[in-house]
Design a binder for this molecule. Sequence first.
Ligand code: HCB
Length: 838
Amino acid sequence: MNDRAVEQEWKEIQAGKRFLLFDGGMGTMLQSRGLKVGEVPEKLNLTHPDVVRSIQEEYVQAGAEVITTNSFGANRKKLAEGGVTPADVIPPAVKIAREAGAKYVALDIGPTGALLKPLGTMEPEEAYELFKEQVQIGAAAGADLVLIETMSDLLEMKMAILAAKENSALPIFATMTYQEDHRTFLGTDPKTATITLCSLGVDAVGVNCSMGPKELLPVVEEILSVATCPVIAQANAGLPRMEGGNTVYDITPTEYASYVDQMLAMGVTIVGGCCGTTPAFIREVKKKLEGRTPAFTPHEPLCAMTSWQQTVALCGNTAVIGERINPTGKKKLKEALRNADYEYILEEAIGQQEAGADVLDVNAGLPEIDEPAVLKKLVQEIQGVCPLPLQIDSSDPEAVEAAVRVYSGKPIINSVNGSEESMSKILPIVKKYGAAVVCLTLDENGIPEKAEERCQIAGRVIERAKAMGIHKNNILVDCLVLTASTNQAMVMETLRAIQMVKERYGVRTVLGVSNVSFGLPKRELLNATYLAAAFGAGLDMPILNPLSKEYQRVLQTFKVLNNEDEGSIRYMEACTGGQLMTVTELEKQQGASQAGSGLAQAGAGSSQALSGLAQAGGSLGSQAGGAGNATGQEEDLFHIIRTGRKGKAPQAVQELLREKTPLQVIDEYFMPALDEVGMRFEKGEIFLPQLMSSAETVKAGFDVIKEEMAKSGAAQDKGKILVATVKGDIHDIGKNIVRMLLENYGYTVVDLGRDVEPERVVEEVKRQGIRLVGLSALMTTTVKNMKVTIEALREAGCTCKVMVGGAVLTPEYAAMVGADYYAKDAAEAARIAGEVLS
Ligand code: HCB
């Protein structure tokens, strides 16, 4: 094909008007050639290029147009294990694919193999550097596109996309991998991933690996429901299972193709295969493409923001942006920012989340701090504990970019305005990182008085953004309210402007409501009344303090009236929960007759249409107390563990230890909090990152307990006990508690750690003449390894006693695995030790 024809074909592919067929799996094929995929499969490009080539030739013969290079793990970090570099294996990988007859060569990029911060230890930029090297080498070697696949971490995917964008002009296809619960291993759902990846400007988005094609159908459906670019699906050949040490796939090529057929009918245009698929699968899929017309219709970008776990979309509903992480006028927050006291700020984040905020504004604007560094760190810290999407709020473009770059998801940038400087600096960041942006209706000349002029500024920014390829759904206009104490005549003009921009441009609106009341008494009353009025004018996203009871009442009542709270369920819950007492009820309760009188007047000044809402808001104001600020209060250790804030745990434990024994703290706080976290994890309410944060928090608290117990530690040595968590199991909190208590009772504990091979246990028992072994297992799947370990001890002739424990165990299981004792908790373990070693 000549260049023009190729160009035309790509245009069609990128518009979803032409199908594109990828190849299938490589591993299964290598095995069928008698080759074992070694530790570094990419080395085969050097040692057995002929074999790799002949497999790819088969795929070409079967009809595959795109051949994926054998470079899935070809990043510097992974390759180091095999003593090779990306420069050694990527160019031959591209060459082999080309020689095999590929129409297009896809540079294959898989995950780095390390967990990124805050879950793991790798900095996002470190991942970026690894991907950058792969892209640069692959592009120079002549790849036609970049395929980033099998990703579970949205942030890692983002780093790979940025690396591809910034270091090549190649089309980018991005696919994530989902589990049976339709979330990635780290808890991202298909819609959230798709919205985020599309906004980053990829050329195709989708799913690979995961499960069989049948199980992927609902995932594909979700992806298609929001995709703005063509969708790619490359499933496995069924659900993999183990048989005699090998991974086996059950689906036949024709069955596979019949599910692909369904995907094509749903709108998928790019297909191929993943693990377990072979040229026979691709041949069958090819038949489904023949004579068929693509059914893909791209969606308009949704007005939506995402975190790595959640999407907040504005489709006729309202959503609240929590305003509290902004140092303006907040002494404590300023101090926290200056001292890098992130714990205080995380508390603010959690508090707002629990009060019902949908998005959090994050602002670190203090002249005396390094704003880019602090804002970036703040975003990372908050994303570590809070799943809400964030609004990155700064007037410094450098700080905005630093924060947006490491943000996992599609954030809102706050803000751009109509001045040339702002538009030229902020809009390119919005475009590059696929963010939504708040457009302030001001420019070089300040805030215009009249709604008409504010509307004109919004129009200018929208036009400019459009010219850069930013869709109007990614622009949220803030018509800016000035305080009633100094600009009373302009307050209602803002509401006119809201109505006007919505009508004229069809955009969503944002408003920092609390500004209206600066300098006046009973601010919350004014704020709530104004919020109700603003909702009436069509406001979509108020920026406010979600902890304010007055605001909450307006919000909850408005959601009923706006048909957002289906069946008024949440409203009724709030009523029965006592959160929404009416003036009369309050008066009754307080026995006071004056409580609500001022409020009715507050509503009366507003226009007729709004007065009902204003009253609803107004009646709230009568409740005494104000913001209902959960922060600043003594925080319960249970809550700290549940919300996974490890920095807070040591102090909370220390305080509890003044009144309680270490074991009481463990039993009354650690265990129930972990139980609840485990339950929520099982129900799919939280995901692995949150589970890990809670575990880390317990560990931080546990370190304090350990120190405390060491102080009162017994002097004599009552004998040696070996403890270990069995093979395949990495849970060790329980085992560590057992160890600590036994040490405290005067035993010497040999702790082999977690995920311990049976042979290791046998070796140490023999070497150290151990008489009591304590094994721990927390998962049903690892209980069997207790049995294996105990059998290994018995076979080796060890006469030691074995006790077993861990949440899943029961006395029956203990007997079944051949243990001598079952210890339901650490105290029981100490009692058993006394019996065995006395
Ligand atoms: Co984990 N996890 N987890 N997890 N995890 C559990 C155990 C589940 C029950 C949660 C659930 O789904 N409801 C579940 C297991 C389901 C099952 O098999 N029935 C589960 C899963 C599925 C997983 C992963 C597979 C998740 C994933 O990756 N998708 C993964 C496993 C990886 C692996 O092991 N290969 C995983 C990972 C994690 C971490 C890393 C996030 C974290 C562990 C951190 C760590 O231990 N360093 C974690 C945690 C914390 C839990 C929960 C929430 C708490 C466990 C815990 O520490 N309990 C747990 C849910 C739950 O159990 N409520 C959840 C508190 C301790 C003190 O209790 O029973 O261990 P304990 O110990 C007691 C007692 O039993 C006895 O004394 C201790 C003190 O009184 N005892 C012994 C314990 N061992 C003893 C040995 C003796 O000789 C004598 C007495």
